[in-house]
Every structure is written in C-alpha cells, then in structure tokens.
Design a protein around this ligand. Structure first.
Ligand code: SAM
Length: 413
C-alpha cells in the first residue's frame, strides 16, 4: 500500500509567471471558457461532471496545466455552487433572471475568489476577459463586489458547505452535528488517490475493505457488485479465486479491462453479468462473499462533485431495500461457516446501522466478526470510516459469519 497523493493541482495560468509559452495571449482564457462550457452542460442538460469534462478536454488542445486548472474549476464550482450562488446573488437585483451561461461565469468567478485563493485582481480580470462581451459588465461589477465582501459570515452551514439542506439534516441526525459537519467539510476537498503495488489507483479506504475481507490463499470469493473491479482485482492479487459479478454489462466491461491490464489469470478470475438478487450460480459454495453494495455515495462526495445535487432522500430508502435483498441472496451463496463482508461508501444510518440491526433480527444465527479498529469508528457490530479521520472516502463495513465450521472446504476446492 502506498502513500496517498493529491491530484495535480491546477494553477491559474493567469497568475503564474512561469506558465505557458512566451507571448501567448490571454492565458487562462481558453481554460475558463472550457470550464464554463462544461458547467453549462451540467446545469442545463443534466450532464454528469465526470463524463462531460473528459469529453470536452479530449477535444481541446489545452496543455496539462490548463487541463488541471479546468478540472479544478469545474469540479470545485460544481461542488461549491450553492456557496458561490449565495456570494453573487447578494449583488444581483433579480437573481432569478440570470441565464445559465451568466450564472456559470459568475460561479467560476466567485469560486476562484472564495475557494481558490486566486488574487482578486487576477480572478476578476481573467474571468471578465474570458467571458462573452455581453456579460463582461455584469461579471466585472458583481465579482468586484464579491471580492471586497470576503471573508463572509455564511447564513447557514448548508450554504457554507454548499450542501442541500436535507443532507446536512440527515447526516446531523445520523452522526451528530459536529461529526456530520466535519465529514461534509472534509468531502469538499479534492479527493486524494493511492496507488496499489500493482499500479491500480484506489482510495485507501477501499483498500482497507479488501484487507478486512482477509484473503486466505485459494479462498473462493464472490464479489457480487464488482464493477469496475477495484476490490475484486485486489482480492485476486492477494491469492483468492474470484467470481466478479455485476448487473451492468457496460460496467462489467471495465472489470474485464482492469483484470486484463493487471494480468490476472482466467483460472482465478471469472467475470459475470448478473443481478445479485438472483444469481445463476450454485448456492452454498463460496468461502466469502463481498457485497460492496450500491449505495447513496454520501461518503464519496469528494469524488463525485455533482452527486450531492442528484441524490434524494427517497433514493436512500430504495437503496436500503435493495441492499437487504442483496444480503439475503449473498447469504445463500456462502458455504457453512462462510463469511459475508458488507460494505458501502456512505455514512447514512439507513445504509449502515439499520442494515446491521435488520440482519440481527432476520438472521439471529449469523454471528458478527470483529470490525476493523484504528481509524475506524465502531458502529453497531460494524465500523464507520469517517472521511475526516484518515483523508479517505467515508465507508461502512460489517463482517459476518454464517453457522458452520470456519475452515470447512468449499465444494470447488
Ligand atoms: C459501489 S459499486 C461497486 C464498486 C466495486 N466493488 C469496486 O470496488 O470497484 C456498486 C456496484 O453495484 C452494482 N449493482 C447495482 N445493483 C446491482 C444488482 N442488483 N446486482 C449486482 N450489482 C448491482 C452497480 O452496477 C455498481 O457497479
């Protein structure tokens, strides 16, 4: 396991004397225009930030530094857009009448001023210069006022942390206000990533889930929700025979690609497209099942800048119900004495403690195994990894064992 590394930080070429070829006109203009293009598509067309940005970047001729700057502007502004809107709306006579393009320019200007530590003259000047002529007066007037108003007293934690009210309320209820606000604050930073020994880039928290599965050489392990294959490939690399299954065929393609890139042998790594709730596999044969379940992703908000604006409270209920059906199915796949590892990258009680309590009621014969310690916080019979504890995504894990001898051989041994 290696040290986490921050993604390359994009510096604003406008404020960096060393940037770009000499004589290049208006540095940072093309980068800002591309960032606004992406933001308009996200806002007006519902495009996903992590899909539209690579598409637009692939068509551009920007250099590496500009690309990193665009990425920082688009992801950061998407994440912090509620805060940015509040900053600018104070100086607009009628905020409702601002069109999507004007809104995007004002947002990236406010984001640079409040969250990127770009010097005010550069943030305002470069944004005004890059904006379409029809918007330069508006951007100039409003962004100058924003600049002189900083630092501000935010009207609420939801505006300060740029979150929908319901996420603040829900996580405060589930975790306590102090812990929830610290978690949400930590998830407003850009994600760090770690590189495994085999070169796969994976969050450290996800690597710790794999450690908690605890592979014995030759273990037959089913990864029921495997795509894109981060954990499944790590389990195979640790010496397990893995069946990596996922319901989405397109995403299973990513598992195949990753397994090929990591040169995993077809004898020990099998891939399957299947709904985990009705698997076309003989039950009762697996030493371990990893159920890295579909979840609301409220622990991985730093990785998905627009997720907070998409997810709804109803989604959490629906996902909790799906997780229960997947757990019922996972249990049938285990051999006597086999282990189920349930994990999610979220912090909601409905997808963690409530699941633990439901399992306790429905399957009293199933025992819980020790949860990981250290930076993990005990929660019920499982444990929570808070994003502020170790600069990772937020996760929950619960390890269980069905009755039977712990070392019973699986029927494929
Ligand atoms: C958290 S992701 C898994 C990440 C993966 N374990 C990794 O480490 O790379 C959850 C996955 O569950 C899959 N999924 C959703 N519903 C499913 C179902 N009913 N059966 C199987 N997989 C499902 C999604 O397609 C998604 O790939």
């Amino acid at each position: 396991m290696s040290e986490p590394r921050r993604p390359q930080r994009g510096s604003d070429p406008r404020t960096d004397a060393s940037s770009g070829p000499k004589g290049r006109s208006a540095p940072g203009v093309a980068a800002r225009q591309l960032a606004v293009d992406a933001l308009v598509r996200i806002d007006a067309e519902g495009a996903y930030a992590n899909l539209i940005l690579p598409t637009l970047l692939s068509r551009s001729s920007l250099d590496q530094r500009d690309r990193a700057f665009v990425t920082e502007l688009v992801y950061g502004t998407t994440r912090m857009c509620r805060s940015c809107d509040w900053l600018v709306d104070r100086f607009l006579p009628d905020p409702e009448r601002i069109d999507v393009t004007a809104r995007a320019w004002l947002r990236i200007g406010a984001f640079q001023l409040a969250f990127l530590a770009t010097p005010a003259h550069a943030a305002v000047g470069a944004t005004v210069e890059a904006a379409p002529r029809r918007l330069s007066g508006l951007c100039n007037a409003v962004l100058r006022k924003v600049a002189t108003s900083l630092p501000v007293t935010w009207p609420s934690d939801a505006v300060r942390l740029s979150q929908p009210d319901w996420i603040i309320e829900r996580l405060s209820e589930d975790l306590g206000s102090e812990t929830a606000l610290a978690a949400l604050e930590a998830m407003n930073a850009a994600a760090t990533s770690s590189v495994r020994e085999d070169g796969y880039v994976q969050d450290l928290g996800s690597q710790w889930i794999v450690e908690a599965v605890g592979v014995d050489i030759g273990d037959l392990i089913l990864d029921m929700c495997a795509a894109p294959g981060g954990k499944a490939t790590a389990l195979a690399a640790a010496g397990a025979r893995v069946v990596a299954s996922d319901v989405r065929a397109g995403r299973v393609g990513l598992v195949v690609e990753n397994a090929r890139r990591l040169q995993l042998s077809a004898d020990s790594f099998m891939v399957l497209v299947a709904d985990g709730t009705s698997l076309p596999i003989r039950p009762g044969i697996f030493d371990k099942v990893l159920l890295d379940a579909p979840c609301s992703g409220l622990g991985a908000l730093r990785r998905r800048p627009d997720a907070r604006w998409r997810i709804t409270p109803g989604d959490i209920d629906a996902l909790g119900a799906l997780q229960r059906r997947l757990i019922e199915s996972a249990i049938t796949m285990l051999r006597p004495g086999g282990e189920l590892i349930f994990s999610v990258c979220t912090l909601s009680r409905a997808e963690s403690l409530d699941i633990d309590m439901w399992i306790g009621e429905q399957f009293p014969e199933i025992e819980a195994l020790p949860a990981p310690g250290g930076v993990w916080t005990p929660l019920g019979r499982g444990a929570l990894l808070l994003p502020q504890s170790a600069d990772t995504d937020g996760m929950y894990i619960l390890r269980l064992r069905v009755p039977g001898p712990s070392d019973a051989p699986n029927s494929l041994s």
